[in-house]
Design a protein around this ligand. Structure first.
Ligand code: SF4
Length: 479
């Protein structure tokens, strides 16, 4: 690569700014790709995605664009002509892993000057990350962020033709791009973005800075995508947003998420799920819609993060422990069969043992089907990173251990109750661990590994549960 370089660098303070109007929906964003359709003929690409489903969906867009350019997918990074690290900025440890993996490719890249290494996703939205790339990782040829993913083909072409390193990260964004190509990564179920960004500014979270202002797709564009998936025999859609309950607020809709959910249910697609909900914006109408429509799955991921009011306040979560219980109990009363999962953080700055015990008692009350638990990870640029972190590493580790023990106990108890029962599983194909066993998720969002005759992929199959573990069920198909 020559020393010609082109940089547009990120700024987290610009990322804080909020602006949005409806004119910012851009249609036909893929038409420019026609001119690039032969760039990748005879070449291969490899994408490694980290983090949440929003990133998985972005990875599908990148794959769609690369295939429109003529590239073919490979699962072997060493034979790829273009390697993409589609990154997540939520935790420091995940960032270090990405740097470790890119670091290990230095010699490989230097020995193969025609290979292109790209970094995109949330990490490049942070100044410190781009600075580190500039100073220590010359093997990275192209860096772009979450807001200009649509520019990827053009940027890649610049890198290839002009032999220059390109860094283009835009920090403040209020636009929605429609009609970008997509190569779906899952069989039978598909991720559908309903909105982008987040305006909640929880004090520990970097997402409002890296993904910009909340901006909803128009309901008609979402329904068009859902109907087209249905026509292609997809059985399940997963509606995605950082905070789905806020859907439509920026478009002036009063109860936008419920309206959208009902409209999706009325398309008749077999299964609908949604991630992620926020307890702050939950409306009773959403719970009633879940109850009324059999194709809206009765499983809810409702992150609580902490069971202590003082910590919730310092996290800027916008609800109390009592409000969470009210919501949780109300949902259980209206939909008794509903399953619940959540996210929990231990060791938030200043968390005392008593405050942590409130989290344990919240878990005792809710008895979640499953939970993702984390030790607090400071993110530079967020308010919590400036709070005094006086919980020792040892205490954090101990709290996580005690929390996980409790979570595993309830998860196991919940799963044991399924033994001998029948569940409906959307078969996603063979399990990664055992090719002779199928895998998929039940309506209750339980991971089920099961045996059955050939040809069940992409079908909803009745499965009898024979054994239960803390995080999965085993069974046999009744076909
Ligand atoms: S709701 Fe809070 S935790 Fe979730 S993405 Fe927004 S700021 Fe982050």
């Amino acid at each position: 690569m020559s020393n010609k370089e082109r940089y547009i660098l990120p700024s987290l303070s610009e990322g804080r700014k909020r602006s949005r109007n409806e004119k910012d929906v851009i249609y036909g964003a893929s038409s420019a790709l026609d001119a690039l359709s032969d760039v990748g003929i005879g070449k291969k690409y490899y994408i490694r995605t980290y983090g949440c489903q929003a990133n998985v969906r972005d990875g599908e867009t990148l794959a769609g664009m690369l295939e429109m350019m003529g590239y073919e997918k490979t699962d072997n990074e060493r034979e790829a002509d273009v390697l993409i690290f589609n990154t997540c900025a939520v935790r420091q440890a995940a960032e270090e892993r990405v740097f470790g993996e890119i670091g290990s490719l230095k010699k490989f890249r230097m020995d193969n000057p025609d290979k292109i290494i790209c970094m995109c996703g949330c990490m490049p939205q942070e100044e410190v990350v781009v600075e580190r790339i500039l100073n220590q990782y010359p093997q990275v040829d192209l860096v772009f962020g979450t807001h200009n993913i649509y520019r990827f083909p053009e940027l890649l072409k610049q890198v290839l033709e002009e032999r220059q390193r390109v860094i283009e990260v835009i920090s403040e964004e209020g636009r929605v791009f429609e009609d970008l190509p997509v190569r779906r990564s899952t069989q039978g179920k598909a991720f559908v973005n309903i909105m982008y960004g987040c305006d909640k500014f929880c004090t520990y979270c970097i997402v409002p800075y890296t993904r910009g202002t909340e901006r909803s797709r128009k309901i008609e564009d979402i329904l068009k995508e859902v109907k087209s998936l249905q026509e292609k025999d997809y059985k399940e859609v997963i509606l995605l947003g950082q905070n789905v309950n806020a859907y439509g607020k920026d478009l002036g809709m009063e109860d936008g998420f419920t309206d959208l959910l009902i409209a999706c249910a009325e398309t008749g697609i077999e299964r609908i799920r949604f991630y992620t909900s926020h307890p702050r914006d939950y409306s009773i109408s959403t719970i009633e819609a879940m109850k009324k429509y059999p194709n809206i799955m009765k499983s809810l991921h409702l992150p609580v993060q902490s069971g202590n009011n003082e910590i919730l306040k310092r996290m800027n979560r916008g609800y109390t422990r009592e409000r969470y219980f009210e919501l949780f109990d109300d949902m259980k009363e209206r939909i008794p069969e509903i399953t619940f999962t959540t996210d929990l953080i231990v060791g938030f700055p200043g968390e005392t043992e008593e405050e942590f015990l409130d989290t344990l008692s919240l878990v005792d009350h809710c008895q979640f089907d499953m939970a993702y638990s984390f030790v607090y990870s400071p993110r530079s640029g967020t308010p919590a990173a400036n709070m005094q972190d006086d919980v020792s590493a040892e205490e954090k580790k101990d709290r996580l251990f005690r929390l996980n023990e409790k979570l595993a106990k309830y998860a196991n108890e919940k799963n044991q109750a399924y033994v001998g029962k029948l569940v409906k599983v959307l078969c996603e194909g063979s399990s990664k661990k055992n090719k002779d066993v199928y895998t998929g998720y039940s309506e209750e969002n339980k991971l089920v590994n099961f045996t059955g005759p050939k040809g069940l992929e992409n079908q909803i199959v009745e499965v009898e549960i024979t054994e239960a573990h803390s995080f999965s069920l085993d069974g046999k198909a009744l076909v």
